[in-house]
Design a protein around this ligand. Structure first.
Ligand code: AMP
Ligand code: GLY
Length: 422
């Protein structure tokens, strides 16, 4: 079978890597891919926002299945477009992807369906901001309604700061169109958890859970990023909590989306804060997380193609997934300047040496390959990922692998998975 993967990050490299292990996969294409993906799949130079280009590429390739990595093409309606042309595709329609593409849609959806989430107010004018702020304690979380590539959330430490940020967003000065409506939200404390499920529109099957590390610096300091590392272990969520999250979050979302006439097919990523009062939803994503996908798929023992096909064809079941009891860790190596203005164009050395270490795979994100050498081409460059029979082994392996890799300005967090080791 031929598979077409859309995207160019570490997440898509992990998907390609896992699909290659399927005996039923004969050829993999990826648009646009990156330096590492191009070693393992045939890369097609089409931007993920170019729906016409993606449709044309798919018409040429004639894939048996297309898998979409990032949120932007999903929000633009790539699934609707492919379905109209009879091309089988894994992912939600634009209407279902609103769970991610509009924070206001997601908050109102959670409110009407009684899904646990933080208290909030929706503001579209400066007066609404002024009226809403006294109802919040500090800190206050200010969120842009639209997609903002991880930059749409600001934690304000005073009402004055929240007011300034929210007004700047409304005026279109911070995030353009994405910020012209904002959500003010109660600040929640606790551990974050990424709980991903796959749905075929009706049924829901959980994947193993993971924890992301969003801040750029050790001990959760500095600005938010797309994610600086993630880990997954059998212990990260116990069976009781898993059942609770299925019963109170994932299944109600899928059932309500179905009832509301916009069934959700694909990966539903529930971003949770595990507070003292119980889990609360921070956000939904309508796709695999990056970097969570790297440690999650490293624990998958069964055929990923089979699971994608079952979901796309409306017949997903628990039996489609077998997981190892290993622990897995991904450490993101980023460029100097990330997350604001990353430097690019630096040669990268040591990837092959890193991959000689047992249980290690280096997933590429912002890389390109020229005359046999990899160069940096983005903020998040590589996702060094390792597995081990326990978390300590996986962590030792991953940081040994990281020590083999070098590029000018490389930085990374040294405390990935440290909470899991406590
Ligand atoms: P979101 O895109 O909504 O997940 O927000 C990005 C990150 O901001 C989350 O992963 C959290 O680290 C943080 N965040 C979002 N909402 C809240 C909240 N209500 N309380 C505390 N932190 C939050
Ligand atoms: N790692 C968080 C995300 O994929 O949105």
């Amino acid at each position: 079978m031929k598979v077409f993967v859309i995207g160019s990050g570490g997440r898509e490299h992990a998907i390609v890597w896992k699909l290659r292990q399927s005996s039923r996969v004969t050829q993999i294409f990826c648009a646009p891919g990156n330096g590492g993906i191009c070693d393992e799949a045939e890369c097609v130079s089409v931007d993920v926002k170019n729906l016409d280009g993606l449709v044309q590429a798919a018409s040429r390739i004639q894939p048996d299945l297309t898998v979409v990595g990032p949120e932007v093409p999903l929000a633009l309606g790539v699934v609707d477009e492919f379905c109209r042309r009879g091309l089988r595709i894994f992912g939600p329609t634009a209407a279902a992807a609103r769970l991610e593409s509009s924070k206001i849609f997601a908050k109102e959806f959670m409110q009407r369906n009684r899904i646990p989430t933080a208290h909030f107010a929706i503001c579209t004018t400066p007066d609404e901001i002024k009226d809403a702020l006294p109802h919040f304690g500090t800190p206050i979380v200010v969120k842009a309604d639209g997609l903002a590539a991880g930059k749409g959330v600001v934690i304000a430490h005073s009402r004055e700061e929240a007011s300034a940020v929210a007004n700047q967003m409304l005026a279109g000065k911070m995030l353009g169109e994405a910020g012209t409506r904002v959500v003010l939200e109660q600040y929640l404390e606790g551990e974050e958890l990424s709980f991903l499920v796959v749905s075929d529109g009706e049924r829901v099957v959980p994947l193993v859970a993971a924890q992301d590390h969003k801040r750029v610096g050790d001990n959760d300091t500095g600005p938010n990023t797309g994610g600086m590392g993630a880990y997954s272990t059998p212990k990260i969520v116990d069976p009781q909590m898993r059942d609770w999250l299925l019963t109170h979050v994932a299944r109600p979302v899928v059932n309500a989306m179905h009832e509301e006439g916009t069934p959700f097919t694909g990966i539903l990523y529930c971003g949770l804060m595990m507070t003292a009062k119980g889990p609360m939803v921070l956000e939904f994503n309508c796709r695999f997380g990056d970097p969570e996908t790297q440690p999650i798929l490293m624990r998958l023992e069964s055929d990923l193609l089979g699971a994608f096909m079952a979901s796309a064809e409306g017949r997903i079941s628990e039996g489609d997934f077998h997981w190892s009891n290993d622990s897995t860790v991904c450490v993101v190596l980023a460029s100097r300047g990330y997350p604001n203005t990353p430097e690019t164009g630096k040669p990268i050395s040591g990837i092959a040496d890193a991959e000689k270490i047992e249980g290690v795979k280096v997933f590429h994100a912002g890389t390109r390959k020229e005359n046999g050498t990899y160069f940096t081409s983005g903020g998040r460059v590589l996702g060094v990922t390792a597995c081990g029979s326990d978390l300590k082994t996986a962590v030792l392996r991953v940081y040994e692998a990281v020590s083999k890799i070098h590029f000018d300005g490389m930085h990374y967090r040294k405390d990935i998975a440290s909470r899991g080791l406590k």
